[in-house]
Design a protein around this ligand. Structure first.
Ligand code: PXG
Length: 457
């Protein structure tokens, strides 16, 4: 029997603890959005209301909802071998095939895949492998990981410590030792602080040089790795100036620091390349991934490791004392295989690069004409608008958080999932959006911005 929405909401409030939610929601169950069905780029609430999901779930449903080829592959794998592990020298066909398929699309020299259940686990694995690598090379003091403020790398102890979100650090005694943070390359915020437009290229170089300064401060012999998202996602779609990544890449190579490029959001086509590293021409040593690898159909993540690192670990001749029950879970791997096959068949990565992302970009930049929008930026299928009070002088609303909250609520009421982050509104729509669906997103964004302007005046 299908339960009515209020009953579901009340039962939910009774026993279900939601992630990243104000726990007071349990006192007002009717506020909980109850999503019951999805198809293509649309989700449907329990009362059948159609909502365009411009966040691809949580940045993951890249190929859209309801792909029958993925469903079929999952069903068939469940019947063949629903689960087995990959510990102690065991493997299974989906693990073999998926690692080969991923290695086929990763950057040169990046051909070794360790599987996890999520992006957070991938980053936990990363810290252990990186430190094990330097210790195996006889340099155990190289253990500090440098990350960035406002970064998001997961929600486990290590993931949240690598992340640079102060609200997360405040809960649970984080960050764990051995992790430090430098500033993010957030150009628009720097302009707000300066009260004027800055030189973008120069700002990008300076932001990268903060890494070099931190390495000098800590001593090269104590630093293991630098981790960063190619484009910060959860932090608010922070697209670095073009000068940033070449400089970071240079610094890591010159200073003998491993470069970890967190591809959990940017990986698997979101930038119009297979990986954000390809887009920015970065040469990473390790790449955590998750989300888009299965389009969120089943949980699976992992870490792409360079051949060179794996050679050192092999030569160390000690067992790798690390792994998860669900590493390379066969059914999840089957979902990933079918998803990547679908990506190849539909040529989606090239399509995003040459058709979908340029179409979105052209429409998105027009949003700067709206009085509330200080900047409208996009790259691939990632886009943000900076909500401001006075765009000529880079002045934000004093109650910026409230204003974006109002905008987010108008979006939802207008049938659009768009996220509010700090003082920005962001989207990360499915890669498979049609032009008509992108038009619909833009119509709803304009409408919601107009309604926000009216609400706050
Ligand atoms: N790295 C990056 C770059 C991410 O965006 C993770 C790691 C962790 O992945 P898991 O699979 O452990 O969640 C992420 C996840 C948000 C939001 O609200 C973002 C993420 C997850 C949940 C919510 O923007 N990113």
């Amino acid at each position: 029997m299908r339960l009515d929405t209020l009953t579901l909401q009340q039962k939910d409030a009774k026993h279900h603890l939601h992630p990243f939610s104000d726990l007071q929601y349990q006192n007002k169950p009717s506020m909980t959005q109850m999503i019951s069905r999805a198809e293509g780029v649309y989700i449907y609430d329990n009362d059948g209301r159609k909502i365009l999901d411009a966040m691809s779930g949580l940045w993951c449903v890249n190929m859209g909802y309801g792909n029958q080829s993925v469903h079929k592959a999952v069903r068939e794998q469940m019947e063949e071998l629903i689960y087995y592990n990959t510990f102690f020298g065991t493997s299974h066909p989906p693990a073999v095939k998926l690692s080969e398929m991923i290695a086929d699309v990763t950057p040169e020299g990046m051909n070794q895949i360790f599987f996890t259940g999520s992006g957070s686990e991938a980053n936990d694995t990363m810290i252990r492998l990186v430190r094990h690598y330097w210790a195996s090379k006889g340099q155990p003091t190289k253990s500090i990981i440098i990350s960035r403020k406002n970064a998001y790398h997961g929600s486990t102890m290590a993931g949240a410590s690598l992340g640079g979100m102060s609200e997360m650090h405040a809960q649970g005694g984080l960050p764990i030792p051995g992790i430090v943070h430098i500033d993010q390359p957030y150009y628009y915020e720097a302009c707000v602080e300066a009260g004027e437009a800055l030189d973008r290229a120069e700002f990008g170089r300076q932001a990268a040089q903060a890494l070099e300064a931190k390495i000098d401060e800590l001593g090269e012999d104590n630093v293991a790795a630098f981790i960063a998202e190619p484009i910060q996602g959860a932090g608010g779609v922070i697209i670095p100036p073009e000068t940033y990544w070449p400089e970071v890449d240079r610094i890591c190579k010159e200073r003998n620091i491993l470069l970890v490029v967190d591809e959990v959001i940017c990986g698997f086509g979101r930038t119009g390349e297979w990986f954000g590293s390809d887009y920015f021409n970065i040469k990473p040593d390790l790449m955590p991934f998750a989300k888009g690898v299965t389009s969120g159909y089943l949980p699976l993540g992992g870490l792409v490791v360079s051949d060179e690192i794996v050679k050192v670990l092999r030569d160390a001749k000690v067992e790798l004392a690390h792994g998860y029950t669900y590493s390379a879970h066969p059914t999840c791997a089957a979902a990933a295989i079918a998803n990547i096959e679908l990506m190849h068949q539909t040529n989606i990565v090239d399509k995003v690069k040459n058709e979908v992302a340029p179409y979105l970009a052209n429409k998105w930049k027009l949003l700067t004409d709206h009085p509330l929008v200080g900047e409208a930026r996009s790259l691939g299928m990632l886009a943000a608008i900076e909500i401001v009070k006075d765009k000529d002088n880079f002045i934000r609303h004093k109650n910026a958080k409230e204003v974006v909250g109002v905008c987010r609520d108008h979006c939802f009421a207008n049938g659009l999932v768009m996220r509010a982050v700090g003082n920005k509104m962001i989207i990360a729509p499915p890669l498979v959006c049609s032009n008509r669906e992108i038009d619909e997103i833009l119509e709803k964004v304009w409408q919601s911005l107009d309604m926000t302007a009216t609400s706050i005046n």
